[in-house]
Design a protein around this ligand. Structure first.
Ligand code: HEM
Length: 389
């Protein structure tokens, strides 16, 4: 005997509601599958495009010199836009937290193949000056998202300077900021991007046309990540060369990392991050008030051309699993009084340039070739304007 069923018909509205729910569920599922598939294809395509081996030599594209002249004009335009009533500032990294004296000591037990250029003599101590900065072209509040810069200048370096005719003889500069890769690949892209930014475009600088092939979405993400919240102090963040350099016969990038274990234990008192210049205050608190030195290591990462470690694309971070960083020197910022009007003016008048240095550390790659002309032009321009006013 079969039991009778009492299936009750649902009202029309409820059936439509359930149908809509099923439709929505299926649509979300399909979209998720398409998204995952897209992500997998994009990841596989990226890995395919970005695989070694790469060239260990520079490759200069045609038209780079003309593009460089365009960039110089834009950079000077930015310096004019951002000048202060009494001073012309740097085109980038305009605001300093201070210039501090440092002692850079080559590792006493440095391995033979790492003894290159200024690191040739294990145990040698170099006297140096370090300028710590915010990346922006305009001196803004330290609490705003930004890149943070570190520029090191070693003094009394012997060897033929790269820029023979320049006054910066006997110097070796290392110019870095606080992110491992750059928001553009090469000179052509830099020219387009920075011109758009000088015209007031920000995000749209990464979308130069309607053609989706020109969109630089990955580079936009690098730019957004570079503009990071501030560290508690300029002594508490890591700085990267971003672009490659010669290291004797090899090619290498370098970085500087805090090394608190080599200095007396120190806890920075809580700073008021609402103050416009709290990074300067933090540096001054440690070095001048509390008289505690700050310690760092200087490391290099040598190129393995069998891996994807390109020279001509600064948007690519060289992966540590492909080539680890190796410590070549340690340095200390001793306790000191750096925050005086005279020292701050001298700091502003200094010029750091990746091309102030010797052949063993020659900057390489398109972005560095561009920097050769631009740093010099901008530095000359601001110095001549400041001398005339
Ligand atoms: C590889 C990535 C880069 C890094 C790590 C970097 C880092 C820095 C740092 C730390 C400073 C401040 C130096 C100081 O304290 O005096 C600086 C200044 C400057 N940067 Fe860069 N920069 C990079 C790329 C570029 C590019 C591509 C350009 C333009 C072509 C550029 C143009 C400038 C200029 C004009 C100055 C001011 C020079 C002066 O007036 O003395 N930078 N940069």
């Amino acid at each position: 005997m079969t039991m009778p069923t009492f299936k009750k018909e649902l009202p029309l509205l409820a059936r439509i509601w359930l149908w809509l729910g099923r439709l929505l569920g299926k649509t979300v599922l399909i979209l998720m599958v398409i998204g995952l598939l897209g992500w997998a294809i994009a990841t596989a395509w990226f890995a395919w495009q970005h695989r070694g081996p790469v060239s260990a030599l520079e490759q200069i594209p045609p038209g780079e010199a003309t593009m460089t002249q365009d960039v110089i004009q834009t950079a000077v335009r930015i310096v004019d836009q951002h000048r202060e009533p009494t001073r012309y500032l740097r085109d980038a990294h305009a605001k300093a937290h201070g210039c501090v004296k440092a002692e850079v000591k080559v590792l006493p037990e440095l391995a033979q193949q790492l003894r290159q250029g200024v690191f040739s003599e294990p145990g040698k101590t170099w006297q140096a000056m370090i300028r710590l900065s915010n990346g922006n072209a305009y001196p803004q509040f330290d609490s705003l998202r930004d890149a943070r810069g570190m520029a090191i200048k070693l003094f009394d370096v012997s060897g033929k300077p790269l820029l023979g005719e320049r006054p910066a003889q006997g110097e070796q500069d290392f110019v870095m900021f606080s992110h491992a890769n750059f928001f553009v690949s090469d000179v052509a892209e830099y020219r387009q991007n920075v011109a758009a930014q000088a015209d007031g475009k920000k995000i749209m600088a990464f979308f130069p046309g309607w053609d989706p092939r020109t969109w630089q979405i990955r580079h936009l993400f690098i730019a957004l990540a570079t503009l990071a919240p501030p560290p508690d102090s300029p002594t508490q963040t890591t700085y990267f060369s971003v672009s490659p350099y010669k290291f004797g016969e090899a090619n290498a990038k370098f970085r500087v990392m805090p090394d608190p274990d080599s200095c007396p234990a120190y806890t920075l008192p809580q700073q008021n991050h609402d103050l416009p210049n709290f990074l300067r205050s933090a540096l001054s608190q440690q070095l001048s008030t509390d008289r505690v030195p700050a310690c760092f290591v200087l490391q290099i990462q040598r190129q393995d051309a069998n891996k994807y470690m390109p020279i001509e694309d600064t948007s690519i971070e060289w992966r540590e699993q492909d080539s680890p960083f190796e410590t070549v020197a340690r340095f200390t910022l001793p306790a000191q009084d750096f925050d005086t009007p005279a020292l701050n003016l001298a700091c502003d008048n200094l010029s750091f340039n990746p091309w102030f240095g010797i052949e063993a550390h020659r900057p390489i790659g398109g972005i560095n070739r561009l920097r050769k002309a631009v740093y010099e032009a901008v530095s000359d321009y601001r110095h001549s304007q400041n001398a005339a006013h």
